[in-house]
Design a protein around this ligand. Sequence first.
Ligand code: SPQ
Length: 426
Amino acid sequence: MKKEIFPKNGLKGNFTVPGDKSISHRSVMLGSIASGDTEIYGFLMGADCLSTIDCFRKMGINIDVTDEKVTVHGKGMYGLSSPSSTLDVGNSGTTMRLITGLLSAQDFNSNITGDSSIQKRPMNRVSIPLKEMGAEFEGEKDGKLFAPFGIHGKKLKGIHYTLPVASAQVKSALILAGLYAEGETVITEPEATRDHTEIMLNYLGANIEHKDKDIICHPVKELYGKTIYVPGDISSAAYFMVAGAICENSHIILKNIGINPTRTGIITVLKNMGADINILNEKTVCGELVADIEIKSSKLKGTVIEGDLIPKLIDEIPIIAVAATFAEGTTIIRNAEELKVKESNRIKTVKDELSKLGADITETDDGMIIKGVNSLKGAETESHNDHRIAMSIAIAALKCEGKTIINNSECVDISFPNFYHYIEEL
Ligand code: SPQ
């Protein structure tokens, strides 16, 4: 689908965005292995999270979906059954990595596949430590693993593993395997990554400890189904934070957004760039920090983004690049080589697509250098079937002179169904 976007100033709105993708995935996974029902309010009905529901249904879990809530009828720690067919994760890296950890510890075998993008995303990062725990995989080529692949479920043992890259997906896969292992599993993170798995597990009755850079996972006998309220996704809210900052005469309030400190790098960066941004009505819901975020039009300036800030905003770098394009001066992003193994190579796709609009971006090995420019011009662009690239172009288009076209624009449904409708409402 081709989407046409025209320039717009004076964005006004007071609304929430769809539920957090990371938390929605975990609510279905953990609800499935909990005993009793888990009722999930605010679940993200995006394609990725629907893939997770589909995978667990194939493993015998009954999941009811209504407009109001998702109810997972959990069958307990040992209640999953051998999948009726190959588990298809679609475009979802989170589904693929996390369920691989879980399935490594089951007493059955399973097969996983996904779309053409998922088949290029590395699984070694997960299979190497899981093999150390005793797991077995089928489909490795030259010591590398990509979907499609098979998992032979095994009795696992706890290990101490230092993550070579900061990744919440790898950490979570090891925690899920560690719940079933003999002995403790200790994971050392180079930098803190999103901790929704740990928070939700503890909320459902597990004992996951954090000590400095270590996460200590104790085996679990039982988890207990509960009600989960999913906050609005800060990664989705980020598009409107940037839109509110760069479009003149704008004032937007984003309600009920998750502000877990492992995810708020976008707020830190926008503040560093001089944005007029406020956090209001902070509270804790199901262990997660939640608040309203207010943003007004601002004069932005360039900044440097690197080090332990990167995992806190890894998915927001494409939209940060848009903000940087409209800032005065230069923005430098370093230590972000992980962007190369997302739904697209996001260093390259951000540079290629924003450059078509007139942005001044230089690719580097581990990030990019963005020089602020005075104006952009609408052009025909490509999403590369990457939801975050499509949404970032759409926000840049609000500040372009003339019409911008986004080809294959429907991929926004992965994480933000009705995204374009939200823009029109603003
Ligand atoms: O699920 P997927 O496709 O990997 O989603 C992305 C995204 O942009 O929505 C990354 F492409 O988010 C990841 C994120 O980058 C979601 C995630 C999680 O829920 O645990 C963690 C991050 O990935 P990683 O590899 O750094 O652990």
